[in-house]
Design a protein around this ligand. Structure first.
Ligand code: S3P
Length: 171
C-alpha cells in the first residue's frame, strides 16, 4: 500500500457505525494490528460486556475502558476500535488527540438502527425502548464525536471497502 501509519487510528462513533467491521479491513489494508477496546475488556474480565454492566455497573466499565485505551495508545500504531461511549469522556478525548488520530464513523440514525436492532450484546439497547435510546444517544453524542479529527459518513448499501478507502483518503 505504501502508506506508513504514524499514529494509532482511533475509531469512534455510535453503536452500529461499523467501527469493528471497517476497522478490521482498514488495519489489514494498512498492515497494522486491529484491536477492539471492548474485546480487550471482555478478555481481561472474562465476562461479556452485558455481564460487566450488570455485575459491576457502567462506571466500572468506563474505568476499564479508559485504562485499555491508555495502554493501547502507548504502543505501536494500530487501528483501535472503541466502544460507542468511549469518546464521551474528556480524558479519553484528550489522550486520543495527543497520541492518536480520532476517526468518527457516522451514519444516519435509521441505518444505525437497522444494524443494531435485535442484537443482544449491547446492554444500553436491551430494553423495549431501544430505538428511542439510540435516538437520544444520536442527539447527545454527535456533538462530541464531531470533535474527532477525521469524519467519514457511511451511506445506505455502501460497501465496507468503499468506507475503508474513504478513511484512508481522509488521512
Ligand atoms: C457502548 C457501546 C458498545 C459497548 C458498550 C457501551 C456505548 O460498543 O462499549 O455496550 O456506550 O455506546 P459498540 O459501540 O462497539 O457497540
Amino acid at each position: 500500500m505504501g502508506f506508513h501509519l504514524q499514529k494509532t487510528l482511533v475509531l469512534v462513533g455510535l453503536m452500529g457505525a461499523g467501527k469493528t467491521a471497517i476497522g478490521t479491513i482498514l488495519a489489514q489494508e494498512l498492515g497494522v494490528p486491529f484491536v477492539d477496546s471492548d474485546d480487550e475488556i471482555v478478555k481481561a474480565a472474562n465476562m461479556s460486556i452485558a455481564e460487566i454492566f450488570e455485575r459491576d455497573g457502567e462506571a466500572f466499565f468506563r474505568e476499564k475502558e479508559t485504562l485499555v485505551i491508555e495502554r493501547l495508545l502507548t504502543g505501536r500504531p494500530m487501528v483501535l476500535s472503541t466502544g460507542g461511549g468511549a469518546f464521551m469522556q474528556a480524558r479519553n478525548q484528550q489522550m486520543i488527540a495527543e497520541r492518536g488520530v480520532a476517526v468518527w464513523l457516522n451514519a444516519d440514525l435509521e441505518i444505525l438502527w437497522e444494524r443494531v436492532k435485535g442484537k443482544t450484546t449491547r446492554p444500553l439497547l436491551m430494553g423495549k425502548d431501544a430505538k428511542q435510546v439510540l435516538a437520544g444517544l444520536y442527539e447527545t453524542r454527535n456533538p462530541e464525536y464531531a470533535k474527532a479529527l477525521v469524519h467519514v459518513e457511511s451511506q445506505r448499501n455502501q460497501s465496507k471497502g468503499v468506507m475503508v478507502e474513504r478513511v484512508i483518503k481522509a488521512l
